[in-house]
Ligand binder design. Structure first.
Ligand code: ATP
Length: 318
């Protein structure tokens, strides 16, 4: 088992579930340190029940994570396979994003080793699952931070532009923006009509509606928080505008109950898949049931953002 790509809170709960389910079935379980890089460098440790004690509540990943250029080469993957072979490892669980699943797919095609993917990413942008491990924690961290910003914004009648994570997906922005009562939410899935937003802010300024919050995903097509605040300052010189980029705070911290539960369910299911011979799939949850997607279909996917949600934002901020 390895964790790969960007870390996300709940990965540890998942590692724990994989180890303990494996041991329950009398399997030998190994933890590969620093993702595919550790697999190539032979940084592989046997895991027992105690190695995953007291980690369910911790963010990050005890296995560490990394990105590996060498694993993209046939030579690198050959070395990695040799290290698995010499320990008799005959199945791989990869916790990570779609890039990590691509790597797993290539590896299993080359060496006939069954791989199971588990979606661990705060962005929630993977096809074949309603949840990814870490999204709920990240979005709740963003909400907590935005609530605090709202207090100070309100005290000074300031307009805060808050940038949240999401290079390609706006789920963190959308969920955190709705639940903190943002006036505008800018997301990569939708072309940003900056003129319409400026008109709306101007109109609200005229009728003295207190506008506190605009939430922007870092990957919005107009730009991140700094670009948005720049144009607002230029066009609405009376507005007292501040920017806050939440950044990596969104990746850390204790996982929420939801993330711990889905991480445990997915970790358990991944081991069951290996045992049952359901190979090269990503384990997901759809409509609260386990759902299995072939690894090559578990790609980055921006699930369609519901028009209704965007309407809600507009109506509730009026
Ligand atoms: P996140 O979305 O959080 O960034 P990710 O899993 O998508 O996570 P990537 O950096 O895209 O992160 O991929 C992780 C690692 O998977 C890469 O560093 C590389 O080692 C391996 N990998 C990705 N694509 C391939 C590929 N086509 N062939 C071999 N290995 C790959």
């Amino acid at each position: 088992m390895l964790t790969s790509g960007g870390d996300s809170p709940g990965m540890n709960a998942c590692v724990r579930a994989v180890v303990r389910t494996g041991l329950y079935h009398n399997l030998e379980v190994f933890g590969i340190v620093r993702g595919y890089a550790g697999m190539i460098e032979d940084d592989i440790q046997p895991m027992n029940s105690r190695s995953v004690a007291n980690i369910i509540q911790r963010g990050g990943t005890i296995l560490k994570t990394a990105r590996s250029k060498e694993f993209r080469t046939p030579e690198g993957r050959k070395k990695a396979y040799a290290n698995l072979r010499k320990r008799g490892i005959d199945g791989l669980v990869v916790i990570g994003g779609d890039g990590s699943f691509n790597g797993a797919q290539v590896f299993s095609n080359e060496f006939d080793i069954p791989c199971i993917g588990i979606p661990g990413t705060i962005d929630k942008d993977i096809a074949g699952t309603d949840f990814t491990i870490g999204f709920d924690t990240a979005v709740n961290t963003a909400v907590e931070a935005i609530d605090k910003i709202r207090d100070t914004a309100d005290a000074h009648d300031r307009l805060f532009i808050i940038e949240v994570m999401g290079r390609d997906a706006g789920y963190i922005a959308l969920h955190s923006g709705i639940s903190t009562g943002a006036e505008h939410i800018l997301i990569p899935e939708r072309k940003t009509d900056i003129e319409a937003m400026l008109r709306s802010l101007e109109e609200k300024e005229k009728r003295q509606k207190l506008v506190n919050l605009v939430v922007v995903a870092e990957g919005d097509d107009f730009g991140g928080g700094n670009e948005v605040s720049k144009i607002i300052r230029e066009r609405l010189p009376n507005a007292d505008v501040r920017v806050c980029i939440l950044g990596h705070i969104q990746r850390g911290g204790a996982p929420t109950c939801l993330d711990r539960v889905i991480a445990s369910r997915m970790g358990y299911s991944a081991v069951e898949c290996l045992i049952e011979g359901r190979h090269n799939v990503m384990v997901g949850i759809v409509n609260n049931r386990m759902h299995y997607t072939p690894l090559d279909k578990a790609v980055k996917a921006t699930q369609k953002i519901s028009e209704e949600w965007l309407k809600i934002v507009k109506i509730l901020a009026s």
